[in-house]
Design a protein around this ligand. Structure first.
Ligand SMILES: [Zn+2]
Length: 562
């Protein structure tokens, strides 16, 4: 009898789960209209043209970023959206832009060189010409060994162009990275148990053995080296880009999380040179030839950039208008390209999703709010400020906290949406999976959940950290980590039109469903909310982007949020 009752209970359990799993009522008519509008009347390439060709690059604190935000609001208002505005937050650092940059080898041969300036470094005073000098830093130096090494070079660096480090050997790639993920690969990821937060942050510096002098971190080495180059009158610092096919990743100086690193007086004029040019000059110098280089670098500081802005606009809700479903991505970019795949695409896809909902006459029950963030590349600062201001955290909630019904974030390049990851209980994953099920022919294969409140990677984690359901879109890799991510190749040309249109369909449909269903997206409550991990004091540096790490590590070029 007991056995039987257990069996009965178990059966009831299965039935209940099954009926829960089949409860989502999908508005197939609306989904059909979303597809028609997205394919037939797409505006997404025009949006991308504006955000990249007209307003790119869009570095945080730069006039371009603010102008891009103002244009986006104007555009969303033109589509009929409401309440568009720039929401200021205090960044406290000046903006920086590079306005002119030329580099040449003038002796023993004449040729143009391909370089990018590092953000928040100064320019040259007019055209600067001088001899090049090789510098190979000691490995794993302590403060004392680095000082002793640099002391020996004081006279040598004065007025010189200093190439820091031997060129990286970038081997030919015989097995190019896959452009798309196999369905089976996506599905197996969706069937994994939910990801936990990392148990323990790796300490930045390795434990020193008793009595041994402490070796410096990369940030400490770069800071001491820059101080030395400035103090001893080096003309220009040159770093090796260390990537193939002329790719250059130029972020900001290493250790940029520190306030002092935004002080231009603390660094020499600095460029990152493509590996091919760097290698050529290095080899000429190794022949004991005298090499002369010439640079003209004009950089500008924008004090008004201390106030940064997030862009917000809404489709007002109807009977549940006080509840909100959000979607967005970061609008700020690095400066070497025009920030097309990182992340004009995320902004254009979410703007397009909202435009589609307007165009088909959707009347969402909950308010749909587009947010385009700033300060992401320096440490998710814009979305952090927004979540703090509007929602608080699970532990310290503001009134809007209870009214939040999900934020869909997209930030991994041009690849089409393949699945979504939601911070929440299994029931939240079921809702999303069913909302996306009618889109499997577009390659959207479902959803999974995470329990991690660890900040990092991209803006959805600012919501997760607060205990709110951030949803991140998994995408096909295409050329993101291998070519366009943070490089000088991140331009309009890297957009795959069919993919971005399909991503807009997936996001429009998911947002529509979350805005229409009777209940809010299920969230963790008091009984199952994961603990908030200790966050590092400063935003973690060298954070790999979601899904997979870059092929080769970035070289000494600073913060790397996707
Ligand atoms: Zn990004």
């Amino acid at each position: 009898m007991r056995r039987l009752s257990y069996l009965l209970l178990a059966l009831i359990g299965v039935v209940t789960v099954a009926s829960v799993a089949a409860q989502e009522r999908i508005d197939q008519g609306a989904y059909w209209k979303i597809r028609q509008e997205a394919i037939g009347n797409s505006k997404i390439l025009q949006t991308l043209h504006m955000l990249t060709d007209v307003y790119g690059p869009r570095l945080t604190g730069s006039p371009n970023l603010k102008a891009a935000g103002e244009w986006a609001i104007e555009q969303m208002h033109a589509w009929g959206m409401k309440n568009g505005h720039l929401e200021p937050w205090d960044w406290g650092k000046p903006g920086w832009t590079n306005e002119r940059l030329s580099a040449h080898i003038v002796s023993p041969v004449k040729d143009a060189l391909v370089v990018e300036a590092l953000a928040w470094t100064p320019g040259t005073s007019g055209v600067a010409r001088s001899q090049a000098l090789q510098m190979i830093l000691p490995e794993r130096p302590t403060r004392d060994t680095l000082t002793a090494y640099l002391d020996g070079l004081k006279a040598a660096v004065k007025g010189k162009v200093v190439l820091v480090g031997a060129p990286q050997q970038v081997l030919v790639t015989f097995n190019p990275p896959a452009l798309r993920r196999e369905d089976a690969d996506v599905l197996s990821q969706l069937n994994q148990p939910p990801a936990q937060g990392p148990q323990q942050q790796q300490p930045q510096q390795q434990q020193q053995r008793n009595g041994e002098p402490q070796t410096l971190t990369n940030n400490q080495i770069q800071e001491q080296l820059n101080q030395f180059l400035v103090a001893n009158g080096a003309l220009v610092r040159v770093n090796d880009a260390g990537r193939d096919h002329g790719q250059i990743r130029a972020f900001s100086r290493a250790g940029i999380a520190q306030d002092r690193d935004f002080d231009l007086a603390k660094a020499p004029a600095t460029v990152v040179m493509r590996n091919e040019d760097y290698g050529r000059i290095w080899r000429l110098l190794s022949d004991k030839r005298t090499v002369e280089l010439e640079f003209d670098i004009v950089n500008r500081i924008h004090p008004e950039g201390r106030t940064a802005y997030n862009v917000v606009a809404e489709i007002p809700g109807t009977d549940k208008a006080d509840e909100v479903v959000m979607l967005g991505g970061h609008l700020d970019s690095w400066h070497a390209g025009t920030g097309a795949t990182d992340n004009a695409i995320g902004c254009a896809v979410t703007m397009e999703a909202a435009r589609i909902l307007m165009a088909i006459g959707a009347k969402p029950r909950r308010t749909v709010r587009v947010a385009l963030w700033s300060g992401e590349e320096q440490g998710l600062f814009g979305s952090q400020a927004y979540v703090r201001e509007h929602f608080g955290t699970f532990e310290q909630q503001k009134p809007e906290y209870a009214k939040f019904a999900g934020y869909i974030n997209i930030d991994t390049g041009t690849g089409r949406a393949r699945a979504m990851t939601v911070f929440g209980p299994p029931a939240a994953g079921v809702v999303l999976r069913e909302a996306l099920a009618p889109l499997s022919d577009l390659g959207v294969l479902g959803a999974t959940t995470t329990r991690s409140r660890q900040r990092g990677g991209t803006d959805s984690t600012s919501f997760n950290e607060a205990g709110l359901p951030g949803i991140n879109v998994m995408q096909d890799p295409i050329e993101y980590q291998s070519y366009s991510w943070h490089t000088n190749l991140d331009t309009y040309e890297r957009i795959v039109e069919d993919d971005v249109k399909k991503s807009a369909i997936a996001i429009a449909a998911a947002v529509y469903h979350l805005a229409m269903r009777d209940e809010q997206l299920p969230r963790f409550g008091v009984e199952d909310m994961p603990r908030r991990p200790q966050q590092p004091q400063q935003q973690q540096q060298q954070q790999p982007p979601p899904q997979q790490a870059p092929q080769t590590p970035a070289v000494q070029t600073g913060a790397t949020n996707p």
